[in-house]
Ligand binder design. Structure first.
Ligand SMILES: [Zn+2]
Length: 168
């Protein structure tokens, strides 16, 4: 999973590296199309119940088998909160009662993956049992003092969780 394409998506020519505004970008020498590597938006949830935080174990790469916050990628035209509610329904069979924006996290989708802009929401879950879907191999409630930070692979999310738990 590489983060930058080698060929122009408009005309198929091989892209060349250019320096611009202090960054290296890839540009098509033929038609001028530029790959900016803009981050892809995602929405994830801090779901708590009785003082415990819900983590989900990733069933798929990248970072398969590590713990993560439930959530996923925004579809075109989808509001982040609607995305979050859809993902919680698909991944966990959960209905979110209330969702409130908390913070952003910056990550990559895997060590050399594309950049991510993750919107983090605090979510109050509705009643009912969790039914983990295909993307999740396990869902577990953790006491705040027992959150397995070292088994959370996304560095930005890990930092955000530490901040959130310590109340900063
Ligand atoms: Zn081109």
């Amino acid at each position: 999973m590489t983060s930058a394409p080698k060929f122009c998506i408009q005309c198929g020519s091989r892209l060349v590296a250019v320096r611009e505004e202090g960054r290296t970008r890839r540009r098509c020498p033929r038609c001028g199309w530029t790959f900016y590597g803009n981050p892809v938006p995602a929405a994830v949830a801090l779901v708590t119940r009785g003082g415990r935080l819900l983590l989900t174990r990733r069933a798929r790469p990248p970072y398969a088998a590590t713990w993560d916050l439930p959530g996923g990628f925004l579809e075109a035209g989808e509001h982040p909160e609607a995305c979050l509610r859809r993902e919680l329904r698909e991944e966990l069979g959960m209905r979110a009662r209330q969702a409130r924006f908390v913070d952003f996290a910056l990550d990559r989708y895997g060590p050399k993956g594309f950049p991510l802009l993750t919107l983090v929401y605090r979510v109050m879950p509705g009643p009912g049992r969790l039914r983990p879907g295909d993307d999740v191999s396990e869902a577990r409630w953790f006491r705040r003092r027992a959150i397995p930070y070292r088994e959370i692979a996304f560095p930005g999310l890990r930092r955000l969780l530490r901040r959130w738990v310590s109340g900063r």
